[in-house]
Design a protein around this ligand. Sequence first.
Ligand code: GLU
Length: 282
Amino acid sequence: MSAFVTRFAPSPTGFLHRGHAFSALTAFEAARAAAGRFILRIEDIDATRRRPDYEAAIPEDLAWLGLAWETPVRRQSDHMADYGAALRDLSERGLTYRCFRTRREVAEAIESAPHGAMEAFRGAPLPPDEEARRVAAGEPYAWRLSLDAAARALGGFGGLAFVEEGEGPQGERGEIPARPELGGDVVLARKDVGVAYHLAVVADDALQGITHVIRGHDLFEAAHVQRLLQALLALPTPAYRHHRLLTGPDGKRFAKRDGAQTLRELRASGMTPDALRGELGF
Ligand code: GLU
């Protein structure tokens, strides 16, 4: 067995559709080609959107597709303390701040920034007395990563890069200089959830020894942010293989919010796994 380890990491916030099947098969076949390991990880930190029936359907749908993975499967909601420890580590080093803004206030701040909507949110800690007062009053807040503090800690982001073995949405490949400012001061822990996506992914990719992150290029920008978190937390950087997004006959990408046909529906309509694999190019 080689040192190649990859994963498919769905969030149980809907039933899997063709786009997920394409992504899971891409990762699974890459592991097979490299005589490596394939891991399934359930990214269910968002308690406001996850559903037990969606989660139960994931292994069922993937097994139907012919995939096999290592057990036990890591379920992020069982490990909130790990992510909390990573957040505390960053916070104790002054790399985070509490952000009390609502979603709307953040959107407004972005709109009024010099470069308009292209600019990701950048904020700053509140004055200590105001912060203490709002915390004491029980106002909800999110923890954000301070890019200014991170840049000071690392002496700038010039030394940060990741290797793209697939391609980004603009055909980016090879050694890519990381531009964490694309993501702005990302949320590391959400008011309602406790931990946010980037922190949990970075922690788990390291913990599970992932050597290759294989996922859709809608998450290419996330790699820029995640590379910074890896540097701040002294974690190894996997190679990235972003793949194209599957589009439907209308040229639009498959997405659960557009009501893309789920794998369960395809199965119920009599489609065989072989037919679907063939359609997806496997
Ligand atoms: N859980 C994420 C999603 O469903 C994928 C995370 C990743 O592959 O980094 O979109």
